[in-house]
Design a protein around this ligand. Sequence first.
Ligand SMILES: Nc1ncnc2c1ncn2[C@@H]1O[C@H](COP(=O)(O)OP(=O)(O)OP(=O)(O)O)[C@@H](O)[C@H]1O
Length: 471
Amino acid sequence: MASILIVEDEVIIRSALKRLLERHEFSVSEAGSVDEACQQDPSIFDLIISDLRLPGEAGTEMITRAPGVPVLIMTSYASMRSAVDAMKMGARDYIAKPFDHNEMVQTVKRILAQGHDPDDTSEADAGATTSASERMGRMVGQCRAMQKLYQQIRKIAPTQVTVLIHGESGTGKELAAKALHEHSTRAQAPIVSVNCAAIPESLIESELFGHERGAFTGAVAARQGLVEAAEGGTLFLDEIGELPLEAQARLLRVIQEREIRRVGTVHSRRVDIRLVAATHRNLRNLVEAGRFREDLYYRLQVIELTIPPLRERGDDILMIARYLLSKYAREMQLDAIPELSEAACERIMSYDWPGNVRELENAMQRAMILSEGDHPISAELLGLPSGRRAGPVTTSAATTTPAGSSGGASAPIGTSADNVDDASLEDYFVQFVLEHEEHMNETELAQKLGISRKSLWERRQKLGIPRRKGK
Ligand SMILES: Nc1ncnc2c1ncn2[C@@H]1O[C@H](COP(=O)(O)OP(=O)(O)OP(=O)(O)O)[C@@H](O)[C@H]1O
């Protein structure tokens, strides 16, 4: 049984986390500070989960106090910057509070499965049921579109050009960005991933570009931004279509001049980063709607990569499903990898997978947890919605369709300039949430949609369907 030490000063969070981990059969010890944690020998644990901000020394101190033991840092959203610093100091990973229970358990299991040598995991992990030609990094699949993508990544990675990755949510854009980084000459430096949609608009400039002391109320000390944190490495900007116009202007300067100006100063600093951006939107349409700078758009799309939706990947879908089962079986320390029944395979192949690989991950996890020992996984255990969805999800995100040509079945949510894919996915999302929120809680809704609770919350805000009070 793996042993975990939780270092957290807030008793309620600490005991809730302890109960959660104990339910998953981990042996858990607790401490309220680094000092208290070090009263026992912290190096005997398999994993330390520590809050970043603690009374006394910061949680990152545990990295040096327990050499060799992986440390998972918990941090509130507002200190995301410090989380990046924590990773640089050697933390194995970080998780934002409040965290989703599922996400926490999966992160813990992943870190424990990696053991003490995380560097080996990407290829080795993917290698569980696949050969080298069937994957790139942690990306599994060998259909023609994925082979082409791997080739493009190998070709582009060693150059310094800016790359724009297109693809629906959950298709693997972040994995592709990581593969680009890992195959580049910058692989030894950090890759800093930023989800532009997850940072409140008022904070985005200072988060990305840093600020000087006194730049705004509350800026009590100067702070480096995430762009600077990626120095020497790669900056991955996910959901770049959500970046406000002012921040777009600053980013353009970074790309053109290779320098940044922190908020509150006229002085520039040179930065050496490679920019990789991703979006599920049609940026061209956003440019036409005046929501994205044209000059930035042209700078970004020097090289474009398109990740196909899962439903267009043929037999890869089953290959990824089986790879995921073998991965989870290993994490759960099962003796055998569960098989998929014929009916389950058919269901997997006929389903549309609007949440793409992320939704497949959830279906496989669920099926595995609910499966009975030796029996193959049945189609029902996948928990996929039956019948057809509202609003067909058809072409890949790279396909450009004139705005307003969606047939008008249901009005696009957000902006009329969004392309058909955005509209139909968003319609589907809204419809699904409205239909099911009465009888499902947020965790169940998120699971069914194949997204995290955090992104369910974010999308609710974005699409104007906030969670009802009292639910
Ligand atoms: N080809 C693949 N093989 C195995 N796992 C994959 C593959 N593609 C994606 N995944 C897994 O699916 C999940 C979603 O991938 P990722 O976060 O890269 O997608 P994304 O397109 O960046 O999503 P979003 O648009 O929501 O940010 C991750 O857990 C990732 O490891």
